[in-house]
Design a protein around this ligand. Sequence first.
Ligand SMILES: Nc1ncnc2c1ncn2[C@@H]1O[C@H](COP(=O)(O)OP(=O)(O)OP(=O)(O)O)[C@@H](O)[C@H]1O
Length: 242
Amino acid sequence: MTPLLSVSRLTRRFGGLMAVNGVSFDIAEGEVVGLLGPNGSGKTTALNMISGAMKPSGGEIQLRGEQIGGVSSHRIARKGIARTFQLVRVLPSLTVDENVVAALAFRGEPLWGDAARREADELLHRVGLGGRGGEAAEQLTYIDQKRVELARALAARPALLLLDEWLAGLNPTELRTGIGLIASLRDTGITILLVEHVMEAVRSLCARCVVMNAGSKIADGDTAGVLADPEVVRAYLGTGNA
Ligand SMILES: Nc1ncnc2c1ncn2[C@@H]1O[C@H](COP(=O)(O)OP(=O)(O)OP(=O)(O)O)[C@@H](O)[C@H]1O
């Protein structure tokens, strides 16, 4: 079966630096895959190329067999890839539901008016913000802003959701809530690639992990096996990230 996402020999150079160096992996429909690696190993750069924010220097990216490497981010979004960012991005001057309604207006099949408000309501329930659509986005706590960003990503009805350290910066209680929320999305069958440093989250959410170090893939397999792999342990210990 054609994988949902296929990344092949993906490469990105910044001057003399190979930020991503010939990385290949596939993601099947319905999988939740962790993309791990120490700081600076190329995870966000890989995510940027998959989401179209950055053009690859080489290699291929296919979504359901269609070439998407180098295609613009808004066209990739319409083809079914949505993402969240390491630094949370909401529209602070709008209310919570206006944030989601705005995202609905820009998706492949745009929604407007009452239909958009109903859909926004449903999405806000899904991320744990039910009944809070009228609040100002800029007044929300950090985790609630993250929930808004997630609802905006889900508004695109993505086939593949890219989460860039969505759980970073949460306190232990919020972290448990956040893991539960991503698990609830996973249970709806959405395919997720998550860049994550929080191992508790990786262990409970991802059946499989891909690990990068210094731009190259060093491991790809079931999570328990990958996290016990001596090369992976060495890569993390080497940068004080363990
Ligand atoms: N726009 C850019 N211009 C130049 N170098 C860059 C750029 N973006 C990233 N890099 C470099 O590429 C390498 C990979 O960075 P990247 O952000 O992809 O790593 P990461 O694994 O996501 O790290 P972190 O876990 O800290 O987010 C780093 O050495 C970084 O400094």
